[in-house]
Design a protein around this ligand. Structure first.
Ligand SMILES: Cc1cc2nc3c(=O)[nH]c(=O)nc-3n(C[C@H](O)[C@H](O)[C@H](O)COP(=O)(O)OP(=O)(O)OC[C@H]3O[C@@H](n4cnc5c(N)ncnc54)[C@H](O)[C@@H]3O)c2cc1C
Length: 404
């Protein structure tokens, strides 16, 4: 027989990773009345520039938890996005009004991932069932019939924790995935991308620019995404340069001048260079250890679907865990994997790959053809709605719900 304090310790769900997926899983579980302990190796919410797009279904999922008001305060509602040939100025605009009868939120919100995580972290501080431990790294995990034991280290002190389940939301380099020797099949794209944020008001100088614009440039491509008080530019990475050279002030200045000539030098807030992968695990559930978010799948950021897909994993998984907590069968965890994995493959990875291919095309004739095809879609309300249902990630979720 277990002592009372030990039973209480076990009577929780463990989460590793305090990114958007781990934090949202903690919000959902504690909202159901389930205690959680979340361990995050960083000392605080990561400030790295990463995701900035929140799609309609994610807003629907976050609405009941009071997250959205703060997201709206820290973000920008964007109801139109465009594909643009920056050389000629021709563009095609997609308007989310076409899906207004399908969602309460017919727009994307441009809000930085770090802000979203800070909002969720603040909410969890007021949640007595949430034990959120920063500067705490998961070292290993072992499961048995009834639960999972993890070894963590905090300020050089090792400790063992036990819970009924472990959600591995520990990102693309997941410790848990490596420890369980779960293959992460897929590939790495050859190119690198440079991401910068700047207060420069592109919208005042580039006529007809939408707050989310994917552009072809003469010798590459770039995107411009507006955030409150800043723009974020994803720039192509000239192949002949090293990452250091591509990130140099002069190189960034030159690329931004190519986009929008300015008499003043561009002020840069943040910059980073990154590589993109498309990978996925074979299944998301491994006994009582459940993979979610980037730990389970990676895709090109083109279209802004990675973090959103992870939030949808967390939403689906926590619904199943709540049912199991209240007496349902463990086989629901198979259903989690059956519902989420094909959607990541068919909708998220595939669509992001198509978006990337479309925008990395350099041939002017093919670009013209693509633009004409896109225009034909926007001019047909039925086709436009169907396209936006996919790109806004609504179709994928509905498809997942039909899988049993
Ligand atoms: C440049 C860029 C732009 C992007 N843009 C978008 C976008 O617009 N929209 C979108 O939807 N997605 C976008 N993405 C993808 C998005 O950032 C990721 O999908 C998202 O961060 C995944 O969240 P996560 O919680 O699964 O993982 P992460 O955010 O990586 O969080 C994992 C956490 O686990 C912690 N951790 C790791 N190992 C351990 C351990 N052993 N112990 C304890 N903690 C651990 C890490 O410190 C980290 O905080 C973008 C990505 C990049 C790189």
């Amino acid at each position: 027989m277990l002592s009372t304090s030990k039973s209480r310790e076990e009577n929780r769900i463990l989460i590793t990773g305090g990114g958007p997926v781990g934090l949202f899983a903690a919000i959902r579980l504690t909202g159901f009345g389930i205690p959680v302990t979340l361990v995050e190796k960083n000392s605080t919410v990561s400030q790295n520039i990463r995701a900035s797009t929140i799609h309609p279904p994610s807003l629907e999922m976050m609405a009941p938890y009071g997250i959205n008001d703060e997201v709206f305060n820290n973000g920008l509602k964007v109801s139109q996005w465009q594909i643009r040939n920056h050389v000629t100025g021709e563009n095609v605009i997609f308007d989310l009004k076409h899906i207004a009868d399908e969602t309460e939120f017919p727009y994307r919100v441009q809000c930085e991932q770090s802000k979203l995580c800070e909002i969720m972290n603040r909410l969890l501080k007021h949640q007595p069932l949430a034990d959120i431990r920063y500067s705490t790294e998961l070292l290993s995990a072992i499961q048995d019939k009834n639960g999972v034991n993890i070894k963590v280290v905090h300020k050089k002190r090792e400790e063992e924790l036990r819970g009924r389940f472990l959600i591995a939301a520990d990102g693309g380099t997941s410790t848990i995935r490596s420890q369980l020797r779960i293959p992460f099949e897929g590939s790495t794209y050859p190119e690198r991308t440079v991401l910068v944020t700047t207060p420069f008001p592109f919208h005042k100088y580039i006529e007809g620019l939408s707050s989310v614009t994917y552009c072809w440039q003469k010798n590459g491509n770039f995107s411009l995404l507006q955030l409150p008080n800043r723009w974020r530019a994803s720039l192509y990475f000239p192949e002949e340069l090293s990452p250091e050279e591509a990130l140099s002030e002069d190189q960034i200045e030159q690329q931004l001048q190519d986009i929008c000539p300015s008499t003043e030098r561009f002020k840069i807030y943040d910059k980073r260079v990154y590589r993109v992968h498309q990978r996925i695990v074979d299944k998301y559930n491994h006994g009582r250890i459940l993979l979610a978010g980037d730990a389970a799948h990676l895709n090109s950021p083109s279209g802004g679907m990675g973090m959103n897909g992870g939030l949808h994993d967390a939403n689906n998984l926590t619904e199943k865990l709540n049912k199991i907590w209240n007496g349902d069968d463990l086989s629901l965890l198979d259903l989690y994997s059956r519902q989420r994995k094909p959607i990541a493959e068919r909708q998220i990875i595939k669509q992001a790959d198509q978006n990337r291919k479309r925008m990395t095309e350099k041939n002017p004739t093919k670009r013209r053809k693509t633009l004409a095809e896109m225009r034909a879609i926007t001019e047909n309300p039925v086709k436009c709605k169907s396209f936006l249902m996919k790109s806004s990630m609504i179709e994928g979720l509905r498809e997942a719900n039909l899988i049993n």
